[in-house]
Design a protein around this ligand. Structure first.
Ligand code: ARG
Length: 567
């Protein structure tokens, strides 16, 4: 348990006794400026409003009646109704010793575990994964790691876009070309070319458009040859996706494409019609709710075709019934907000009571502050981005370590390149658009993966120099302010993980790791480790060094970033 959580528990018990209506908090937060104390509670302000008393009076009672944990200083009433708390170094030292002995670094499993489905990445078949998919893939992966770590059962789902009207045009051009086998080394490019050709031709010629429609209808009715072609497209696309997931270290529990819900779609629409949730409108079936938008939610077109939203309704039902989801989280671009508003609203009216969340993210922008594009104006392919990250990391590494052999250089550049990309993408708040710059992302000084990895490498190299091969666990002595500050910071790790998980915002963790690296460098400058005055002080500092490394590594791993022992 973190120091904050220990105090929180005491404040909550007091609050429950004296203000039973008050709710469950959290009431305690860490102070940003240590001159005011280490922790603060605003509980008296909230309680005072509820019962119409003076907040300072409640604060005095709280300070007097609710004892902080042992070895904390006497609390102080501050401002218009806050209470400030300070931890004595002895309590910090003791807490660090127990943190060091805890393999889960203070993170406790939730008392209310849920089965959480996370729908993320979900690219479309026959198209290259582009830069727009990176945020969904990384954010979904990190949320899965965080929520698993907090004790939930997470089911990671890749909801592949493998069904839709695009296949008519694609099949038309592919079959006109004589159904050639796709070349595994450039199958996505080939598929994109076929689609482009089919699209251009059918847009220009109504007769061809008719043919494309007929192709689609043949596929949808299960005609064997078209089905075989479609499977071939899916297979080749999947190989392309797998290569990217392998390099990113991202896995799924279930890859279930939109096509797998086909047989359910008409049943869902009929049920919604029967329950009066959906209605007929000019031959189509729609769900209306003027509070969301004037345009209704289309679930069956007048030609009988189903839509993206219909599939999402069927998928939602299957996740509840077959996967027993207690909660479903969808990770996509912010531009799909309206779609999910419709989906969730319809689901609630349909009687689906599990909490549904749309965790959305902003765009990646180029230097001109417009969505990032390649030189020719097309979207940047994810695979090109990964390759460039690696190449750039290699150049930087070669300068630092000209001695590396080719194979080690390869491995390290891949790790550093991917780490930099992952960190840069998760560090800005997810709802923000951010400007992408290679220089910033790979810099060794700044809020970057190389900077944090460097702190980790340094912590491990200190241990090696001291001749210890695993992080030690000795008695902690806190003499210098820099080591006390680092210690108090390390004790916050579990608070930050819980916050990042519950807010669905990995950037809290990025900010925390950046601070950890900074505080560790300060500690290293101010507190000699190998030259410490006494042996027990050296042991204490080696323990802190090892623990800092463990926190950095664990935190980075939760962001999907691997560490290396040497640069
Ligand atoms: N395939 C969609 C796209 O690339 C994302 C799907 C998100 N998941 C969902 N259940 N709608 O934009």
């Amino acid at each position: 348990m973190s120091l904050r959580a220990e105090l929180e528990a005491r404040v909550q018990t007091w609050a429950q006794k004296h203000f039973p209506q008050i709710g469950s908090g959290p009431w305690v937060r860490a102070c940003t400026d240590p001159r005011h104390g280490h922790f603060q509670t605003h509980l008296p302000m909230v309680a005072a409003k509820q019962v119409g008393e003076n907040p300072r009076d409640i604060a005095s009672r709280l300070a007097k009646e609710c004892a902080p944990p042992p070895n904390w200083e006497t609390p102080e009433v501050a401002g218009s109704g806050f209470v400030n708390y300070r931890v004595q170094p002895a309590a910090v030292a003791q807490a660090v010793e127990s943190l060091r002995k805890d393999p889960s670094l203070g993170i406790t499993a939730t008392t209310k575990p849920e089965t959480i489905v996370i729908d993320f990445s979900s690219p479309n078949i026959a198209k290259a994964m582009h830069v727009g998919h990176i945020r969904s893939t990384l954010l979904g992966d990190t949320l899965s790691r965080l929520l698993t770590r907090c004790g939930h059962k997470v089911i990671r789902i890749n909801h592949l876009g493998d069904w839709g009207t695009q296949f008519g045009k694609l099949l038309l051009a592919y079959r006109n070309a004589g159904r050639p086998p796709l070349d595994p080394s450039r199958s996505i490019e080939q598929l994109e070319e076929f689609y482009k050709k089919g699209h251009e031709e059918s847009e220009a010629d109504p007769a061809k458009m008719e043919l494309a429609r007929a192709e689609l209808a043949a596929l949808q009715s299960g005609e064997p040859e078209r089905t075989q072609d479609w499977k071939h497209f899916c297979q080749r696309s999947s190989e392309h996706f797998q290569e990217i997931y392998r390099r990113l270290g991202v896995t799924f529990d279930l890859e279930k494409g939109e096509s797998s819900y086909q047989s359910q779609l008409s049943i869902v629409v009929d049920e919604l019609l029967k329950k009066g949730i959906a209605e007929q409108s000019q031959g189509a079936v729609v769900v209306k709710n003027p509070k969301i938008s004037e345009e209704p939610f289309l679930i069956r077109k007048s030609d009988g075709a189903f839509l993206y939203g219909t599939t999402d309704l069927a998928a939602l039902q299957s996740r509840i019934l077959e996967l027993h989801a207690d909660r479903i989280i969808y990770v996509t671009d912010g531009r799909q907000q309206l779609h999910f508003q419709w989906l969730f609203d319809t689901a609630i009216r349909w009687g689906k009571t599990v909490p549904l969340e749309h965790v959305w993210f902003g765009s990646i922008l180029g230097p001109d502050r417009k969505p990032l594009k390649s030189r020719d104006g097309s979207p940047i392919k994810l695979i090109d981005l990964l390759n460039e990250a690696k190449d750039r990391a290699k150049k930087i590494l070669l300068e630092k370590r000209p001695d590396l052999d080719e194979k080690t250089l390869e491995t390290k550049s891949e790790l550093l390149g991917i780490a930099s990309l992952k960190y840069a993408d998760q560090m800005p708040g997810r709802n923000l658009d951010y400007v992408f710059t290679w220089e910033k992302l790979l810099a060794f000084d700044g809020n970057t993966a190389p900077y944090i990895l460097n702190a980790y490498v340094r912590s491990r190299s200190i241990l090696r120099k001291a001749g210890v091969n695993a992080p030690p666990s000795h008695k902690i002595h806190l003499e210098e302010p820099a080591e006390e500050e680092l210690s108090r910071h390390l004790l916050r790790f579990s608070d930050v993980i819980e916050l990042a998980a519950s807010d669905r915002k990995p950037h809290h963790l990025c900010g925390y790791l950046f601070e950890t690296a900074g505080l560790f460098h300060r500690f290293f400058e101010n507190c000699p480790v190998l030259q410490a005055k006494t042996q027990s002080l050296q042991e204490s500092r080696l323990t802190l060094t090892g623990l800092t490394g463990d926190v950095l590594r664990d935190g980075l791993n939760l962001l999907g970033i691997s560490t290396l022992e040497e640069m």
